[in-house]
Design a protein around this ligand. Structure first.
Ligand SMILES: [Zn+2]
Length: 109
């Protein structure tokens, strides 16, 4: 068995790991999982399969850069079209916004 390259202590075991992206389940994929730190490693073929599944689910490349702009006394965050479409949010959608350390969480009300 191989020693974990992340923690250098655990051993890697062959397992099936549930993959998800942006909260969307992509299915189970073979991975080697560390029995100490729980870090999982996938080979190139599996990584490609996960990418394919993510593309099919419409969540591939959904994380986007955005710029904070000024709107009166407030700051405004532009929601990229892909993210708005994924969430099915339209203009006038009511949301609740709150800080969480160094990020912002915006949820449907
Ligand atoms: Zn480890």
């Amino acid at each position: 068995m191989m020693t974990c390259p992340m923690c250098g202590k655990g051993k890697l075991e062959n397992k099936k790991v549930k993959e998800s992206m942006f909260g969307v389940s992509l299915g189970e994929f073979p991975a080697r999982v560390c029995n100490k730190c729980n870090e999982s490693f996938t080979d190139e073929t599996t990584t490609k399969k996960i990418e394919q599944a993510a593309r099919k689910a419409g969540v591939w490349d959904l994380g986007k850069k955005t710029k904070i702009t000024r709107s009166g006394n407030s700051l405004a965050v532009r929601l990229p079209k892909e993210i708005a479409d994924f969430l099915k949010w339209k203009e006038g959608h009511e949301a609740y916004i709150r800080p969480d350390k160094d990020r912002i969480i915006i949820e449907s009300i």
